[in-house]
Design a protein around this ligand. Structure first.
Ligand code: LLP
Length: 421
C-alpha cells in the first residue's frame, strides 16, 4: 500500500496534487511519500516484535538524507556499503551504533572511517578482508565487532543480476568453510566475533529460499557455539520483494516474513537485524515525467517522454516492469492506446515499456512510474549530460525539494581542463 492515489480525477501524493508539484519543480522528478516510508519501516519493525531486533534500512535503495532522517527518527538503523553511504548516514544524524557496514570490497580507508566514527558491526565477506580489518583495528587501538557473511548456496529465484546467495556469486564465504573461517577470525585480536550475516538476493517473491538460508544459519549458529564462539547477533539481510505488477500475485508480507524468522531462528535467543531496502522505499516513490511527443512509427506509436534511462535504469538493466499511469485519471469509457514508451537518450535501450496499453495521451500530459522509490534516483547518471533530476518529499499537505536539479553550469564546471588546453 502506498499514498499515491487519485482524488477528484487527479493523482495525489498524500495530500498534494502531483501536477502542482510538477508545475513548481518541472519534470522529470522523483517524488516520495513520507507516510509510505514510515508505514513500510513500521511493518518490518512490528513483524519482529517480541524479538530483540534492529531494522537497518539498506540505504543503497534510496539514500537522500531527508529519507534517512525520516527513518532514523523512527529508530531505524542503516546498512551501508561504502564510505560515502557511511558519511551520508552520519550526516543525516544516524548514530554509529546503529550502522552496519556490508560489502565485498571495503577499503582500509573505509574501515578506518567507520572505526573512528563509530560502527555497530562490519559484515565481513572474506578472509583477506578480515585480516585487513584486524590490521586497521590494531593500528587504531580498537576492537572491530564483526559478523561473517556466509553464502548458503540457495537459489533465491530472482533475476540473475540481483541474486547473491549461490556459490557462483561473489558474496560471502561458502557456508561449508564457515567453521574454519570463524576459527581464523577468533585468532585475530583486533576483531570481536559477534554473529553471522546472510543476504541471498533482492526482489524475492517467495519465503522458501529465505527459510532454507535461515535454517542453515540456525544450524551454523549451533555448530559455532559448540566450537566455543559467542554468537549473539544474526543479520538476515534484505530482499523481500514488492508487487511491481498489480495483476501479479503479491509477494509475502513483512508480517509473514517475521513469523518465518521467529520460526526458524527464534529458539536461538539472538538479536536479529534485517536490512530491507526495496520494500521500505520502492512503493514510497514515483517518477513523474511529461510526454514530449507522440510519434507515429510504421507499426507502432511511440510515447517520447522527458525521463530517460539515465533517470531510471531498471527497465534497461533488468528488463524491470514498472506500472506507468497518467497523472490525470482517464474518464471512464475513454478509448485507450498502445505505446512503446521511450526516453530521449540516443540508445534503443532507452525504452521503458513496449506495447503498453495506456489511456490515450498527448504532448504535455504527465505520467508517473510507480514503484520507483527504490533503486531509482540512486542509480541515475548524467549520461547525455542530462542533469540528475530533483527529488521531492511530501509529508501530508507539504512538499519540499530534497535535492534540487543542478544547472548546466554546475555540471559543466565540474570538468577541469589540463594546462595544455
Ligand atoms: N543487504 C545487502 C547486503 C544487499 O546487498 C542488499 C541489496 C540489501 C540488503 C537490500 O536488499 P532489498 O531489500 O532492497 O532487496 N539495483 C537492483 C537491486 C540491487 C540490490 C543489491 N543489494 C534493482 O534495481 O533491482
Amino acid at each position: 500500500m502506498d499514498h499515491f492515489l487519485y482524488r477528484d480525477g487527479t493523482l495525489f501524493a498524500e495530500d498534494v496534487p502531483v501536477a502542482e508539484i510538477a508545475a513548481t519543480v518541472g519534470t522529470p522528478f522523483y517524488l516520495y511519500s513520507t507516510a509510505t516510508f514510515e508505514r513500510h519501516f513500521r511493518l518490518f519493525d512490528e513483524a519482529l516484535e517480541g524479538m530483540d531486533h534492529l531494522v537497518c534500512y539498506a540505504m543503497k535503495a534510496a539514500s537522500n538524507q531527508a529519507i534517512l532522517k525520516t527513518l532514523g527518527d523512527l529508530g531505524a538503523g542503516m546498512d551501508v556499503v561504502s564510505g560515502g553511504e557511511y558519511a551520508r548516514a552520519r550526516a543525516a544524524g544516524i548514530p554509529g551504533d546503529r550502522i552496519v557496514f556490508s560489502g565485498v570490497g571495503k577499503t582500509r580507508d573505509e574501515m578506518r572511517m567507520a572505526l573512528t566514527g563509530g560502527i555497530r558491526q562490519f559484515n565481513v565477506e572474506s578472509e583477506p578482508e578480515m585480516e585487513a580489518l584486524n590490521a586497521v583495528a590494531l593500528e587504531l587501538g580498537v576492537i572491530a565487532p564483526i559478523t561473517v557473511r556466509v553464502n548458503p548456496d540457495v537459489d533465491a529465484k530472482t533475476h540473475a543480476k540481483i541474486a547473491t546467495g549461490k556459490s557462483e556469486n561473489k558474496f560471502g564465504i561458502p557456508i561449508s568453510r564457515a567453521r574454519d573461517v570463524y576459527a581464523h577470525a577468533a585468532s585475530l585480536t583486533g576483531l570481536k566475533v559477534i554473529g553471522i550475516d546472510v543476504h541471498i538476493g533482492s526482489q524475492l517473491t517467495d519465503l522458501e529460499p529465505f527459510r532454507l538460508a535461515y535454517q542453515k544459519v540456525a544450524e551454523l549458529t549451533e555448530a559455532l557455539r559448540s566450537d566455543g564462539h559467542t554468537i549473539t547477533r544474526l543479520d538476515l539481510g534484505g530482499g523481500l520483494g514488492i508487487p511491481y505488477e498489480r495483476s501479479n500475485t503479491a509477494p509475502p508480507l513483512p508480517v509473514e516474513y517475521g513469523a518465518m524468522v521467529k520460526e526458524t531462528l527464534g529458539h536461538l535467543g539472538c538479536e536479529i537485524e534485517i536490512e530491507p531496502g526495496r520494500l521500505v522505499a520502492g512503493n514510497a516513490g514515483i517518477l513523474v515525467s511529461e510526454v514530449i511527443y507522440v510519434k507515429q512509427g510504421e507499426d507502432r506509436e511511440f510515447l517520447i517522454i522527458d525521463g530517460a534511462m539515465n533517470d531510471l535504469i531498471r527497465p534497461a538493466m533488468y528488463e524491470a516492469y514498472h506500472d506507468i499511469i497518467p497523472v490525470v485519471e482517464p474518464a471512464p469509457g475513454l478509448e485507450g492506446a498502445t505505446y512503446d514508451i521511450v526516453g530521449p537518450v540516443c540508445e534503443s535501450g532507452d525504452t521503458f515499456a513496449k506495447g503498453r496499453d495506456m489511456p490515450t495521451l498527448a504532448a504535455g500530459d504527465l505520467i508517473a512510474f510507480r514503484s520507483a522509490g527504490a533503486y531509482g534516483a540512486v542509480m541515475s547518471s548524467e549520461y547525455n549530460t542530462r542533469p540528475l533530476i530533483p527529488e521531492v518529499l511530501v509529508k501530508g499537505d507539504q512538499f519540499a525539494v530534497i535535492r534540487p536539479r543542478p544547472t548546466y553550469e554546475e555540471i559543466i564546471n565540474r570538468d577541469t581542463l589540463p594546462a595544455w588546453l
